[in-house]
Design a protein. Structure first.
Length: 511
């Protein structure tokens, strides 16, 4: 067998990500995930005012800035012992969920499904239809997605003043007081988005979709009507199965959810996770266990940071860059987060597994994690969120309660904000001393996924998910792009170009 190393040309991954793989006979035998940009937000925050994280951390990401704000506010709530009113919880939740339901669909049809139009699929029976739907800036679904997701984001602008990078969440609640007209406008925007999502994405009502309880039930749903088959999810299922996406991208099979969306004390929404709508937990396969944030650690043995032994909890972590360029062991600016010493996948599929969703539990139990089921979970997640959003907007309109309880001066102390961002588990760990930030550590979902090897040499989730993938054309490795994009990587978008092959056998890409 011939051994070949390639650097994978990836864009549509939100940024500076470099993937190198070793192929043996066209099959991936090893892989390395390298984050090529140093973030350094934690260092910027040290010594600043206690509230500055509410303004600075939403700038970490222009896609899920509301979630960073929520995590920063939650950490300060813990330090202050804040009593967050029910209405503030509702407003925070609705804003977060608005960000999720637009990003899930944008990723599905503007980032992931674009690969269905790749020339590698010209022999696929659904290729021409894929081009009509997903061709960038021309496809019917692509254009609809841009328009519809833009409108639903107005909910965050109404509740938070702007999107992205709003700062309306503070310790003790929110600083906005939405009036009856604001709430009505939000309800109308959500109603219209739901109507489009049901008609075009699902091809059925949310209630009918949520009634699917197994893989067999999914097949029955697909055959039930033409509207199901021709919906975006129906088309996705048919295209993906013929393309073999259900046979690639397994990874380690560990799933992590921090839990998210704090429940108001008085609400008619039924919680799936006790005091949170989205439950927390850790799963090996479909075996779900409890979650303990003390079991989180970050390793830097293969990251361009000053070494320390083993892994450190974020409260003890440091972000001291070290990149001499003279050693082969370190290859990424991403750290290597681990839960109880193990790498873990996070995001919509992990949320579904931890919540014991019957459909996705059955799909993982019988087919394991893979590209197909991972992206299907993302396309389906809005169906689990919009009904609760509707209820909470109605309760804001009728409850008449407060939106803010002053927490007083921020005392010395430490706290953490753990939440499910659009791409998965997001954590902020904060220490305050003398009204200033003494310590700040952020672990993002893509830190989990794009992790390099840890101190024990165990691959990160991207790296492991690539093992065993067959690449038919090394000049157009679309199969590898599917695997990475199914995790919805979040780094700043870049464009790559292939350079000439040199004598090392490595295909080089210039950014």
């Amino acid at each position: 067998m011939s051994v070949k190393k390639i650097n994978v040309p990836l864009n549509r991954v939100e940024g500076d990500l470099e993937i190198n793989v070793e192929l043996d006979g066209g099959v991936v035998k090893d892989a390395w995930s390298s984050g090529t940009m140093f973030r350094g937000i934690e260092n910027i925050l040290r010594g600043r005012g206690a509230l500055d994280g509410l303004v600075i951390t939403p700038r970490i990401c222009g896609l899920c800035s509301t979630t960073h704000l929520a995590a920063a506010a939650a950490a300060l709530d813990m330090i202050c012992g804040s009593d967050v009113p029910d209405n503030a919880r509702r407003v925070r939740n609705v804003a977060l969920m608005s960000e999720h339901i637009q990003s899930d669909i944008r990723h599905g049809f503007l980032m992931f499904a674009v690969d269905f139009t790749n020339p590698a699929y010209k022999g696929h029976s659904l290729y021409d239809e894929a081009v009509r739907r997903y061709a960038p800036l021309k496809g019917r679904t692509a254009l609809e997605t841009i328009a519809e997701t833009k409108r639903v984001l107005e909910i965050i602008a109404i509740l938070g003043g702007q999107w992205p990078h709003s700062s309306f969440m503070v310790p003790g609640g929110v600083v906005t007081l939405p009036g009856a007209g604001d709430v009505l406008q939000c309800k109308t925007l959500l109603m219209n988005y739901r109507k489009w999502y049901e008609n075009r994405v699902l091809g059925c009502s949310i209630e009918r979709w949520l009634d699917i309880k197994s893989g067999a039930g999914l097949d029955a749903w697909l055959d039930e009507s033409e509207s199901h088959r021709e919906s975006e999810i129906g088309f996705y299922i048919r295209f993906s199965r013929e393309a073999g996406l259900d046979r690639n991208g397994a990874g380690h099979g560990n799933f992590l959810s921090y839990g998210s969306l704090d429940m108001p004390r008085e609400t008619s929404v039924k919680a799936g996770g006790g005091d949170r709508l989205v439950p927390a937990g850790y799963a090996v396969g479909t075996n779900v266990m409890g979650f303990d944030q003390e079991k989180i650690s970050e390793h830097v043995a293969h990251s361009w940071f000053r070494d320390y032994e083993g892994g450190r909890h974020p409260f003890s972590g440091s972000t001291m860059p070290y990149a001499s360029g003279n050693e082969g062991g370190k290859y990424s600016w991403a750290k290597a987060p681990r839960y109880d010493g193990q790498p873990a996948e996070t995001g919509p599929l992990a949320e579904m597994v931890v919540a014991k969703d019957p459909l996705f539990t059955d799909l993982v139990k019988h087919g394991g994690p893979n590209v197909f089921v991972r992206e299907l979970a993302r396309l389906a997640r809005p169906a689990t969120l919009m009904p609760a959003m509707e209820v909470w907007l109605g309760e804001v309109a009728t409850s008449g309660g407060s939106f803010y309880n002053p927490p007083g001066e921020i005392p010395d102390g430490e706290g953490f904000g753990l939440i499910e961002a659009t791409r998965g588990a997001l954590g902020h760990w904060v220490k305050i001393k003398d009204s200033k930030i003494e310590h700040y550590q952020v672990v993002t979902p893509t830190s989990w996924h794009a992790s390099p090897r840890d101190s024990a040499g165990v691959r990160g989730p991207f790296e492991e998910a690539l093992i065993g993938v067959e690449v038919k054309d090394t000049d157009n490795p679309v199969e590898l792009g599917h695997v990475i994009r199914s995790h919805d990587a979040c780094l700043v978008c870049t464009v790559h170009a292939i350079d000439a092959v040199d004598g090392t056998g490595l295909i080089k890409l210039v950014v």
